[in-house]
Design a protein around this ligand. Structure first.
Ligand SMILES: [Mg+2]
Length: 296
């Protein structure tokens, strides 16, 4: 894990850096408040920061206040280093938005465990953010996370002048599965299909649950012909996917209709999705268990 440190005093900076390195942390060193502030604005900034309170220009408490005013995707856990030890000073630091404080000259063992607390909080935050992106039933991305990823991949495709394809998948007559076998069995089927979709994806492809029995897949770098072949393969593998449920003699099978669209014809996420959606409805109209390419 990387830790950002800011201290204007060369000796105390050195001591701090040395103990952190000994404990296995990577250290990003800054020498004053302005340098620290700039480093904290970077996208790859460490999530843990140890800031000296007293620094010329911008001090540790001011950095805390400024940082907490910003709307950020990732939290920065801040430990203030201070030679001030009066309760009212400590309150002022915490009020400014620091998460913890250490009194200088610091006791290494104390710092070690306070850093561990910070690390635990950062890890928890990452886990929660990760869970907020996942569909709980299938383990695929949820709709919002899929859309974010799609937007990012589309920008990248434009930058790198490559293509990208998407497939929207809707399970045919899924209501019948729920009605005949119950909702638990229906959930099992969704999970099996999700696993089957994941197996059809390469490492850099991405899969999401779009709605009830609707899935959506993104394939960066894939051409129009390529995405069509992938869709045919997926249609086949869904139809061969068997879900075994307790109390059922026969495994449950389903078929799916697939709508396919490619960036060669469409230029943003909304266009791409609505084209794939139209193709999907055409596949439904034409009898289901079918792949339709947008614009064909
Ligand atoms: Mg200082």
């Amino acid at each position: 894990m990387e830790v950002l440190i800011a201290d204007d005093d060369a000796l105390s900076r050195r001591i701090l850096q040395d103990v952190l390195v000994t404990w296995g942390y990577q250290v990003k060193v800054t020498k004053n408040g302005h340098e620290a502030w700039e480093a904290l604005q970077r996208e790859d900034t460490p999530s843990l920061a140890i800031l000296d309170w007293m620094m010329p220009g911008l001090d540790g408490v001011e950095i805390c206040k400024l940082l907490r005013q910003q709307a950020k995707d990732r939290y920065t856990y801040i430990i203030l280093l201070t030679s001030r030890y009066r309760p009212e000073d400590i309150v002022q630091g915490l009020e400014a938005g620091a998460d913890d404080y250490i009194i200088k000259p610091f006791n290494p063992e104390e710092l070690k465990y306070r850093l561990k607390i910070g690390q635990r909080i950062i890890d928890l935050e990452e886990r929660i953010l990760g869970l907020a992106r996942i569909d709980y039933l299938t383990g695929l991305l949820n709709r919002r996370a899929f859309m974010e990823r799609l937007e990012a991949e589309i920008s990248r495709s434009k930058r790198e002048k490559t293509s990208l394809g998407i497939i929207i998948i809707d399970l045919d007559f899924f209501k019948r599965v729920n009605d005949s076998y119950g909702h638990l069995a229906g959930d099992r089927v969704l999970q099996s299909v999700a696993r089957c979709l994941q197996q059809s994806c390469r490492r850099y492809d991405f899969a999401g649950r779009y709605g009830g029995e609707e899935f959506i897949l993104g394939f960066p770098g894939v051409t129009k012909e390529g995405i069509q072949d992938i869709a045919f393969r997926i249609r086949k593998s869904i139809s061969q996917c068997k879900t075994i449920c307790t109390g059922q003699q026969e495994p449950i099978t389903v078929t799916a209709s697939l709508g396919v669209a490619c960036m060669e014809d469409h230029f943003d996420a909304d266009q791409l999705i609505s084209a794939a959606d139209d193709a999907l409805y055409q596949a439904k109209r034409e009898g289901r268990d079918k792949v339709v390419m947008a614009g064909s």
